[in-house]
Write a protein that binds this ligand. Structure first.
Ligand code: PMV
Length: 337
């Protein structure tokens, strides 16, 4: 039996603009997906998926993942569900040169699904790591990131940046610009997440920004301005001491950039009333800054705040279903056993 875990992420800055070649800075957070893999004697795949807040499901099928029957996946588990697991299995079989390998797989996740926290990337990264190690192959985190990207790319019909999968595999704060992905140093940023219980449709939201950008020069300029925010934010992080607590000045400046980024994302039409209400609740409670994270449309916001006030305010915000502290996780994919 082999067990691996991988973290989810928040976008400090840069979602959507990253699709057009601007840089983005996602940060891994201390919320993980854990995948347990047991090699089987036959070529069957048996998957049990559990989420801490939802009922799970179990499915077993034979041989080729393309032959899998349709699974009636409970709403909410879609992101962590079969397409991503099949793609991770195919990557592991390919890496180990074992096209007929069969597995019993259990997926458990602490990451709200499809809500901008990179749940699918975490499942794919942990799944590839566990399945390859179970077959006796050790991949580097960079190789896992690359294979996980290819898996997501296939499942999402080419609509995937490297940001989620690279961040989950490598951990910490990362910078992604096209195919250029790097770890960057950052102090321990005090993230607070608010979750409205919903999810946006990433494909639709990305397509909406694309249309706006093609139609209006000022929308294209807005995308470029998000890139400028990312570059300013990166410069702040580069000047900070990663081994000390962030200074109040750093938090104030990063927060201001997060607020600006949220405003531009709102202008591009990817926020929602629930996300905006949570953003304003966090700001009014004294957070340094707050913005949506991920594709938007619904799901999660991220605020910067070391005090409990923001979480308390979010808890009393009608639109907020869950809120939690999410510290920067410097560890990416991890062998649990
Ligand atoms: O909602 P998420 O975590 O899948 O993030 C989507 C981020 C986008 O920039 C909108 C798309 C992408 O692939 O980078």
């Amino acid at each position: 039996m082999t067990v691996s875990s991988a973290p989810g992420k928040v976008y400090l800055f840069g979602e959507h603009a990253v699709v057009y070649g601007e840089p983005a800075v996602p940060c891994a957070i201390e919320r993980r997906a854990t995948v347990t893999v047991d090699a089987r004697e036959d070529d069957h795949i048996r998957v049990e998926a559990r989420d801490l807040s939802l009922d799970g499901f179990t499915v077993e099928y034979a041989g080729d993942t393309a032959e899998r029957p349709d699974v009636d996946v409970p709403e909410g588990l879609v992101d962590a569900a079969m397409g991503y697991i099949d793609a991770a299995v195919e990557q592991a079989r390919d890496a180990a040169d074992a096209p007929d390998a069969g597995f019993d797989i259990t997926v458990e996740s602490e990451i709200p699904l499809g809500a901008g926290l990179g749940s699918s990337a975490a499942v794919v990264v942990a799944g590839i790591d566990a399945a390859t190690r179970e077959l006796g192959v050790e991949l580097s985190p960079a190789d896992i990131a690359d294979r996980a990207y290819r898996a997501e790319y296939d499942v999402q019909d080419g609509q995937a940046s490297r940001a989620d999968t690279f961040c989950s595999a490598i951990g910490g704060a990362v910078r992604v610009e096209g195919d250029d992905c790097r770890r960057i140093e950052a102090p321990n940023l005090p993230f607070v997440v608010g979750f409205d219980g919903g999810a946006g449709d990433t494909g639709e939201l990305v397509a909406g920004v694309r249309t706006l950008r093609e139609e209006y020069d000022f929308a294209a300029d807005t995308v470029e301005s998000i890139g400028d925010i990312v570059r300013s934010g990166e410069a702040l992080l580069a000047d900070a001491d990663p081994d000390s607590e962030p200074t109040p000045e750093l938090l104030a400046e990063l927060g201001r950039l997060m607020d600006f980024d949220h405003g531009l994302l709102e202008a591009l039409g990817v926020s929602s009333r629930t996300l905006d209400n949570m953003v304003w609740a966090a700001r009014e409670a004294g957070a340094h800054g707050a913005k949506l994270t991920g594709a938007g449309g619904g799901g999660c916001i991220v605020a910067l705040d070391a005090t409990p006030e923001t979480r308390t305010a979010l808890r009393y915000t009608a639109e907020c279903r869950d809120t939690f502290r999410a510290e920067l996780d410097r560890e990416g994919v991890r062998a649990e056993s």
